[in-house]
Design a protein around this ligand. Sequence first.
Ligand SMILES: Nc1nc2c(ncn2[C@@H]2O[C@H](COP(=O)(O)OP(=O)(O)OP(=O)(O)O)[C@@H](O)[C@H]2O)c(=O)[nH]1
Ligand SMILES: [Mg+2]
Length: 376
Amino acid sequence: MEENKEELRAFLVDIVNKDITPALLEDRMIELENLLNTYGGLVLLRKFQKKDQPDYKTYIGKGKLEEIIAEMQRMNSNLLIIGNVLKPSQIYHINELLRPIGAKARDRVDLILKIFDKHATSMEARLQVELVAIKHMGPRIYGMGMELSKQWGNAGGGKWAMRGIGETNTEIMKRHLKYKIHKIETQLKEYEQMRKLHRDSRLRKGMPTIGIVGYTNTGKSSLLNALTKKGILAENKLFATLGTHVGNLYVMTNPETGQGKEVLLNDTIGFIRDLPPKLIKAFSSTLEDSIEAQFLLHVVDASDPFVQERIDIVNSILNEIGAKQKRIILFNKIDLISPEKLQELQKTYGTKDNARISIKNLSWLDAVKRLIVENL
Ligand SMILES: Nc1nc2c(ncn2[C@@H]2O[C@H](COP(=O)(O)OP(=O)(O)OP(=O)(O)O)[C@@H](O)[C@H]2O)c(=O)[nH]1
Ligand SMILES: [Mg+2]
């Protein structure tokens, strides 16, 4: 990607509702900053605008945008990150305004896609990212075609003739992208079928699958590693995991007879707020193993100041992808919270069907295994 070559010196802008609390505003900013850091950029300035109705043409209000562009030029910034999901024409118009100062604009989805692109290592994940990128960028390209045809049309006398050229190019582009989408979807179908075969064979063997889900960076991969010694990359980055990882775990189902059972744990992509449905859908085949799982372990970062908000976001995405099974919350990272906060969590969420864990201290391992056995 073109941006990888030059140092990214970014301005972050978030357009928020007028009634947002300062704490939530700060949380959104930190998350946006984390996304940019994960992608690999330097934050020069953070700005927000309180606005209930985004600007129709440029999303950010006109005056505010002019002010931002002038300041970006002064500070030699080459990237404007907008923490919202913009319409293709809006991002196009902002980019046009940024062109004279040699900078570009990206919205939240662009940024997440670029991170996905950077982290996709398996062939399947790469295909999924490519698919969603085309679906996301496609309308932008058509939008540009429309813009161009309008500009050409207004420029000279031959309005209809010139518009014709713009539309022809758009049509060619549309056809090309349609073909590309079809090709990728066919390839992805093969992976999906392979996965289904594996799932069916596990079912025949009576081996249950348990899905590990949760907000991004909460410790899902760390949990799988701790339980199965799988050695999956776990790092302090958003969306470190793309695609699925499975690990086997042997649990004792009857301590008296020494009888046990092998279960499969399934780790997958983390969730984040404002994730557009089409982005989730692109990963639906990898999420399928979780949707089909016997139950879900929902990993929550206990040290997060917005625990309930994160739980709600994950639950709503799970509902959206049709995961109906039982969800068991595991509060992770309890090494990072005070005994008072721990008590508070206990009071709010109870202890039945929930567990408190920390990957830094493995004394909880047996409690989690017990929870798994109880729910098999
Ligand atoms: N202090 C502390 N850090 C933890 C704990 N569990 C995980 N981490 C750290 O949290 C970061 C994220 O861990 P991951 O296991 O990669 O999280 P994930 O949920 O798989 O993240 P994504 O795949 O990016 O969605 C890593 O830096 C871990 O070392 C814990 O119990 N305590
Ligand atoms: Mg992970």
